[in-house]
Design a protein around this ligand. Structure first.
Ligand SMILES: [Zn+2]
Length: 204
């Protein structure tokens, strides 16, 4: 049975054993465009990826299934070399501890996502980045575009164009990179991982 056939079976829940780790050549390959209109199997795979993210962010489910928490997942991380990503970025509580009005600042399954425009300004997360396919800490500023415009096809087959900034922009760039064989640490300055170049926006 092929990997996608296995992962899209109704009874299957994606867990850490389905995620390939650095060193696997699929993570360095340029993934294939998804054919349109979307196949039922590609739609199901996207839904399974999103379900994984939801499970990974639920403390009880994550504990039971042994999941690391994640805000994004790309099909190549499942050894499926297709341009499919899922992103699920929760909003945090306000300073008084009240739950946010909207649970997520970004929740989307994207097919054939592409950065079509970006800011001149660069940005990096203050705490660096992690990856479900990387079982080690790699410290340093991961230099990315501060703001991006992304085009993609959504799960209904509709073409979308969105502008992203801040954390959402970083998460989507990280996941799109996976469809191009790029790992987050490729963007860290090798000689000085915390070099502060001019105009770099640090996102706390
Ligand atoms: Zn990653």
């Amino acid at each position: 049975m092929s990997t996608i056939d296995k992962l899209t079976k109704p009874s299957h829940l994606i867990d850490m054993s389905d995620i390939i780790r650095e060193g696997n050549p699929t993570l360095r390959a340029v993934a294939q465009d998804v054919t349109l209109p979307l196949s039922d199997q590609d739609i199901t795979l996207g839904e399974k990826m999103m379900q994984f993210l939801r499970n990974s962010q639920n403390p009880v489910t994550a504990e039971k299934m042994g999941l690391r928490g994640g805000v994004g997942l790309a099909a190549p991380q499942l050894d499926i070399s297709k341009r499919i990503i899922a992103v699920l970025v929760p909003n945090s509580e306000d300073t008084e501890g009240n739950p946010p009005k909207e649970a997520y600042s970004l929740a989307e399954i994207m097919y054939n996502p592409k950065v079509v425009a970006h800011s001149v300004q660069d940005a990096a997360l203050a705490e660096g980045e992690g990856c479900l396919s990387v079982d080690r800490d790699v410290p340093g500023y991961v230099i990315r575009h501060s703001r991006v415009t992304v085009e993609y096809v959504d799960k209904n087959g509709d073409k979308k164009r969105i502008k992203l900034r801040g954390y959402n922009s970083i998460v989507v760039q990280h996941e799109i990179d996976h469809t191009n064989g790029i790992m987050f640490y490729d963007h860290i300055n090798k000689d000085n991982p915390f070099a502060l170049k001019d105009g770099l926006l640090i996102i706390e």
